[in-house]
Design a protein around this ligand. Structure first.
Ligand SMILES: C[S@@+](CC[C@H](N)C(=O)[O-])C[C@H]1O[C@@H](n2cnc3c(N)ncnc32)[C@H](O)[C@@H]1O
Length: 202
């Protein structure tokens, strides 16, 4: 059984107790650099995810005797590694532990309910903006290619009346949340790792 632990948005105070216990009973932690760095006190083996995820599957198959946990940011089932691992290993062979998604976190920070939100991603793909922007309340994970400025341009192009929220480095010390019209977002120099919420004005 492979554990897939959602560690929350980043600050380990948001890691669930059950996730923490499983991590500390593991022989091996697999994860991205940022996530692995958060577990300084873990004294087992650490395997960094670099490049193809297929290499991780190979590692898992070659180390069946070890107790392995994959640590994933936010919730593994929200645009995370959960889907890929289930498709490769089968749901009966994975133990997914939910974490607080960066999307859940930002809604709490801005005091807005998540009822009827549409969740999507710009991470590593070309989104269908006509469809996304037809929803009243949207939350998007982003990447370096399609981020807040590109999203704002798509909203302006369609002459839509929307407000944008950009949550950068959520839960970390340098967290920054900007709530602004799209016209202001396009003038911002640069955004760090972020999620975007878009809602109808008024
Ligand atoms: C592959 S997705 C993983 C999403 C994750 N499963 C979740 O539930 O938050 C990676 C994207 O999540 C968002 N993200 C994750 N952690 C974040 C944080 N602490 N602050 C802002 N955005 C974050 C960013 O858009 C980042 O590019």
């Amino acid at each position: 059984m492979i554990n897939i632990i959602g560690i929350g948005p980043g600050n380990l105070n948001y890691l669930t107790k059950i996730g923490e216990n499983i991590v500390h009973k593991s022989d091996v932690l697999i994860g991205g650099t940022r996530n692995l760095d958060s577990f300084n006190d873990f004294d087992g083996e650490k395997v960094e995810i670099k490049g193809s995820l297929k290499k991780i599957i190979d590692y898992i198959n070659e180390n069946k005797d070890k107790n392995i946990s994959i640590i994933a940011s936010g919730d593994p089932s929200i645009y995370g590694i959960g889907k890929y691992m289930v498709s490769e290993l089968g749901s009966e062979n994975v133990n997914i532990v939910s974490g607080i998604s960066s999307i859940q976190y930002i809604f709490s920070r801005i005091g807005m309910d998540m009822n009827d939100i549409y969740i999507s991603s710009c991470h590593g793909k070309q989104p269908d903006f006509d469809y996304i922007l037809s929803h009243k309340k949207v939350a998007l994970v982003t990447d370096n290619i399609i981020g807040p400025k590109e999203i704002a341009k798509e909203i302006i192009k369609r002459k839509l009346n929307k407000v944008m929220v950009v949550g950068e480095n959520l839960s970390y010390e340098n967290e920054k949340i900007t709530i602004a019209p799209c016209e202001d977002i396009i003038n911002v120099d640069k955004f760090d790792m972020n999620v975007v919420v878009i809602y109808d004005e008024g």
